[in-house]
Design a protein around this ligand. Structure first.
Ligand SMILES: Nc1nc2c(c(=O)[nH]1)N[C@H]1C(S)=C(S)[C@@H](COP(=O)(O)O)O[C@H]1N2
Ligand SMILES: [Mo]
Length: 324
C-alpha cells in the first residue's frame, strides 16, 4: 500500500481473456449454432462464463444467509482471484495468484491464546466445525481506492470467541498470520515487519458482521485469497482483514498491527471505511469497482462504513477523524 504502482503494473482486467471464459464462449457459440439452448440456457451460459470457477478447487457448500447479502453485482471470480493484495507473495496485484501455489494449507492449525479461560490449538477441520458455514455477499473496499463484491463462506467470529471464554482482561484481539520464508517469496522484501499482524477491539470482533472465512464462490479459499482461514471485516479497509491466520491472541492492550506500526499517519488502528477522512496522499471519497473499469465508467461514491451502517453504534462518541 505504501508502494506507488509503476505504470507497468497496471493491467486492466478487461484486457485479460482468461481461458475459462474463452472456452465457455466457444462452447456457447457452438450451442447457439445448433440452436440447442433456450433463453434460460443463454443466461446460464453467460453467468457461467463470467463466474467461471477453478476446475481443480475443492467445493465448500454453504447456504446463503440473506441477512448479509449486498445487492451489487458480484465481482467475477477471475478478477477476485487474480487481482490481490498478499504481500507475502509479492506486491504486484498479479503476483499472489502466480506464486501462492507454494503455500501449504494442510495440515493447518490455529492457536488461540491470551486472556481466555480455554486456550486451545484447533486444527482446520475442528475450527470449521465450531458453527454452521454460511455464504455472505460482502463488499470489500481496499484503502487503495478499489472495491469488490465477493460471496464469502464462513461464520461470525463471535462463535469462536464465545467458545474460548474471554476473561475480564480481554479488551482486544490480535491476529497473527503465517510468515514462512520457505513458502512465501515476498518475505525477502522488507516491505513490512513480518509477520502480518492485525487487531480489533473486542466489541468489533464480536460484531456479527466479522466473518471468520474459509471459502468463497462455493469453494475453499484460493491460496492468494488467504487460505485456509482469514478474516473479512467489510466495514473496514481491506488490510484489516488478515489472510492465512495461525494465531489469535486475546489481549489487554491495543495490539501493534503491521501497517499501523509501519506508517501510523497513513493507517490507523481502526481504519473504518470513511469517505470523509482522506488518506494523507489521496482522497477516499470514491472507489473503482473492479470489473467496472471501462474508460467511461464513473467511479462509485464510497459509503460511510462501506455501507454497513449497523456498526455505527460501536463508535458512538468517538471522533472518527482522530481515530481513523
Ligand atoms: N497476510 C496478509 N493479509 C492481507 C494482506 C497481506 O498482504 N497479507 N493484504 C490485505 C489487503 S491490503 C487487502 S485489500 C485484502 C485483499 O484481499 P483479497 O485479495 O482476497 O481481495 O487482504 C488483506 N489481508
Ligand atoms: Mo488493501
Amino acid at each position: 500500500m505504501l508502494i506507488r504502482s509503476k505504470p507497468s503494473n497496471i493491467i486492466l482486467s478487461s484486457e485479460i481473456t482468461p481461458r475459462e471464459i474463452f472456452e465457455a464462449r466457444r462452447q456457447f457459440i457452438k450451442q447457439c449454432a445448433v440452436g440447442a439452448i433456450g433463453s434460460a440456457g443463454l443466461l446460464e451460459m453467460a453467468n457461467r462464463s463470467a463466474f467461471a470457477q477453478n476446475p481443480g478447487a475443492q467445493k465448500l457448500a454453504a447456504a446463503t444467509n440473506s441477512n448479509y447479502v449486498v445487492i451489487d453485482n458480484k465481482t467475477a471470480y477471475k478478477d477476485a482471484t487474480t487481482y490481490n493484495n498478499y504481500y507475502e507473495f509479492g506486491t504486484d496485484k498479479s503476483e499472489p495468484a502466480q506464486s501462492a501455489g507454494s503455500l501449504k494449507t494442510r495440515p493447518w492449525s490455529v492457536s488461540i491464546e491470551g486472556e481466555i479461560n480455554k486456550p486451545m490449538k484447533l486444527d482446520l477441520d475442528s475450527l470449521m466445525k465450531i458453527a454452521p458455514l454460511e455464504e455472505r455477499i460482502y463488499r470489500l473496499r481496499c484503502v487503495e481506492g478499489w472495491s469488490m463484491v465477493i460471496p464469502w463462506i464462513g461464520f461470525s467470529l463471535s462463535n469462536l470467541i464465545k467458545k474460548v471464554e474471554p476473561n475480564s482482561n480481554a479488551k482486544y484481539i490480535e491476529f497473527t498470520t503465517l510468515a514462512d520464508k520457505s513458502q512465501m517469496p515476498g518475505l525477502r522484501e522488507g516491505v513490512l515487519d513480518w509477520p502480518y499482524v492485525e487487531g480489533l477491539r473486542m466489541d468489533e470482533a464480536m460484531h456479527p458482521l466479522a466473518l471468520l472465512t474459509f471459502g468463497m464462490y462455493g469453494e475453499v479459499l484460493p491460496n492468494q485469497n488467504g487460505a485456509p482461514v482469514r478474516m473479512v471485516l467489510p466495514w473496514k479497509y481491506g488490510f484489516k482483514s488478515p489472510k492465512s491466520i495461525v494465531k489469535i491472541r486475546f489481549t489487554n492492550k491495543q495490539p501493534k498491527t503491521a501497517w499501523n506500526t509501519t506508517a501510523p499517519r497513513e493507517y490507523g488502528f481502526y481504519s473504518n471505511v470513511n469517505p470523509e477522512v482522506d488518506h494523507p496522499r489521496w482522497s477516499q471519497a470514491s472507489e473503482r469497482r473492479i470489473g467496472e473499469d471501462g474508460f467511461f465508467t464513473k467511479k462509485r461514491k464510497t459509503l460511510m462504513f462501506n455501507g454497513y451502517s449497523e456498526v455505527a453504534s460501536l463508535y458512538s462518541g468517538m471522533d472518527l477523524k482522530k481515530y481513523y
